[in-house]
Design a protein around this ligand. Structure first.
Ligand SMILES: [Zn+2]
Length: 161
C-alpha cells in the first residue's frame, strides 16, 4: 500500500496533537494520520479520528500521512480546497472525470487573473501534465497526488494557514 505525504499548513511549529483514523477496509489499518500544533487543532475538526498528544520536536504541524486510495485522496483534495478555489467539483461538475476537472479548474483560475492563485494554478497544471503524459497509470497517479499536495500547501499559504 502506498502512502501520500501532504502538508496542510505552512506553520513552522512542532506538532503536539495527532489524529489517527482507523480504516473500515480490510486492505489497510489506518486511513490517515494528521499532525497539528495546539493553535492549528481547529484544522483537525474536519478530520475524524482518535486524538492523542505527541511529544514536540518529532513532527512539524500540518503533516498528513494519507494511506487512502488514489480515488479517495483525489476526493479529499476536491473537498478540502480544489473546488473552493476553482469552483469546479470533481463529481458534481465533471462526473468524476479528473482530466476535465483539472483542465476546467485551471481555465477558471486563469479567468480570475489573481496573481496569488498562480501557485495553485501551476500545481493543478502539473497534476494535469502528470495525468496526461504519465508512462503508466500507477506512476501517473502518484505524480498527480504529489502535484495536488504541493498545490494544497501553497493554497494553505495563500489563506495564511
Ligand atoms: Zn500549526
Amino acid at each position: 500500500m502506498s502512502m501520500t505525504l501532504r502538508q496542510l499548513t505552512n506553520c513552522p511549529k512542532d506538532a503536539t496533537i495527532k489524529v489517527v483514523r482507523t480504516s473500515q477496509r480490510r486492505s489497510r489499518e489506518i486511513d490517515y494520520t494528521l499532525y497539528t500544533c495546539t493553535y492549528h487543532r481547529w484544522l483537525s475538526k474536519a478530520w475524524m479520528g482518535r486524538r492523542t498528544a505527541v511529544d514536540p520536536g518529532e513532527v512539524r504541524c500540518g503533516l498528513l500521512l494519507d494511506n487512502r486510495s488514489y480515488e479517495e485522496i483525489l476526493r479529499s483534495h476536491n473537498e478540502e480546497w480544489v473546488r473552493l478555489v476553482t469552483l469546479h467539483d470533481l463529481d458534481e461538475d465533471h462526473a468524476g472525470d479528473v482530466e476535465a476537472w483539472l483542465r476546467e479548474g485551471i481555465a477558471e483560475l486563469k479567468g480570475f487573473g489573481f496573481p496569488e492563485q498562480r501557485g495553485v494554478r501551476i500545481a493543478l497544471g502539473h497534476a494535469l501534465l502528470a495525468l496526461t503524459t504519465g508512462s503508466d497509470e500507477v506512476s501517473a497517479q502518484a505524480a498527480v497526488l504529489t502535484a495536488l499536495a504541493i498545490g494544497e500547501t501553497g493554497e494553505a499559504a495563500d489563506r495564511g494557514a
